[in-house]
Design a protein around this ligand. Structure first.
Ligand SMILES: CC(C)(COP(=O)(O)OP(=O)(O)OC[C@H]1O[C@@H](n2cnc3c(N)ncnc32)[C@H](O)[C@@H]1OP(=O)(O)O)[C@@H](O)C(=O)NCCC(=O)NCCS
Length: 211
C-alpha cells in the first residue's frame, strides 16, 4: 500500500479532518441481496472504538488484503486517521447492522495530493458479512459522494489476486488495471451516473449486486 502524506493505509498524521471542513452527512438504509437492511452512514470520531473492535473480527486474509500486512491491532494514530475525516478530501462511510449496531464494513476515499480529481479507495467488510452486497452498497454510496466532491477517478491498490475487489469495482464501470508483480492498481473513471444499478432517492437500493 503506498504511503502518500494522506494514505488510505492510515499512516497519515490523523489531522486530515478533525475540526476541518465537513461535507454532507450520509444516513441511508440499504437493502442487501438477501433482503437484510443495513445502515450506511458517515463515519464519525466516536466510531474509533467500534472500528478497533471490527478490525479484530477480520480474518488474516481480509486484513492482509486491506492493509498488505497483518497488524495485531489498529494503532491509536490509525484509529484517529480513519475516523476523524473531513468528508471532503477524506470521506469514510460505515455499514452498520441495525439490530446489533455492529459495524460490518467501512469504505473511504482519500483525495490525491497531486490531482484533486483523483482519490484512493479502501474498503473492508467483516468476513461474516462478505458476499451479501455490503461492499457493493458501501461503494455505491461512496462513489456518489466522490462525484459530489468533484472526484472523477478512483483508484485502489490491491493484491493482484484480489478478485473480490476487482469484481466489485467492475460493477461500476470499466476498470483499468496496472499490474506490478503482486500488486495491481485498479482505476475506475466515474460515470455520469455513479451507480451501475441505481438506488432510490431515499437511499434504499432497488437491487443488489447479484440481482
Ligand atoms: C472486497 C470486499 C470489500 C467485497 O465486499 P463484499 O461485501 O463481500 O462484496 P459484495 O457482496 O457486495 O459483492 C459485490 C461484487 O464483488 C465481487 N466479489 C465479492 N466477493 C467476491 C469474491 N470472494 N470472489 C469474487 N468476486 C467477489 C463480485 O463481483 C460481487 O458481485 P456478485 O456477487 O454479483 O458476483 C470484501 O471481500 C473484503 O472486505 N475483502 C477484504 C478487504 C479487501 O480486499 N479490500 C480491498 C483492498 S482496499
Amino acid at each position: 500500500m503506498p504511503a502518500p502524506e494522506r494514505s488510505a493505509a492510515g499512516d497519515g498524521d490523523g489531522e486530515t479532518g478533525a475540526g476541518g471542513r465537513s461535507g454532507p452527512s450520509v444516513w441511508e438504509d440499504v437493502a442487501l441481496s438477501d433482503g437484510t437492511t443495513v445502515l450506511v452512514r458517515s463515519v464519525e470520531p466516536r466510531d474509533a472504538e467500534e472500528l478497533a473492535a471490527g478490525y479484530q473480527l477480520l480474518s488474516d486474509t481480509s486484513a492482509y488484503q486491506r492493509f498488505f500486512a497483518i497488524l495485531p491491532r489498529l494503532s491509536p494514530q490509525q484509529l484517529r486517521f480513519f475516523t476523524q475525516v473531513d468528508h471532503h478530501d477524506h470521506e469514510a462511510l460505515g455499514a452498520v447492522a441495525p439490530e446489533t449496531g455492529q459495524g460490518v464494513g467501512i469504505a473511504r476515499f482519500i483525495r490525491s495530493d497531486t490531482d484533486p480529481t483523483s482519490a484512493e479507495l479502501a474498503i473492508a467488510v467483516a468476513d461474516d458479512w462478505q458476499r451479501r452486497g455490503v461492499g457493493f452498497q458501501l461503494l455505491r454510496t461512496l462513489l456518489r459522494r466522490a462525484r459530489e466532491e468533484n472526484v472523477t477517478t478512483i483508484s485502489a491498490e490491491v493484491l493482484t489476486d484480489n478478485s473480490a475487489l476487482l469484481g466489485l469495482l467492475r460493477h461500476f464501470g470499466p476498470v483499468d488495471t496496472e499490474v506490478s508483480g503482486t500488486t495491481t492498481t485498479a482505476t475506475l473513471r466515474l460515470p455520469r451516473t455513479p451507480t451501475s444499478s441505481g438506488g432510490s432517492a431515499t437511499g434504499t437500493a432497488r437491487r443488489g449486486p447479484r440481482s
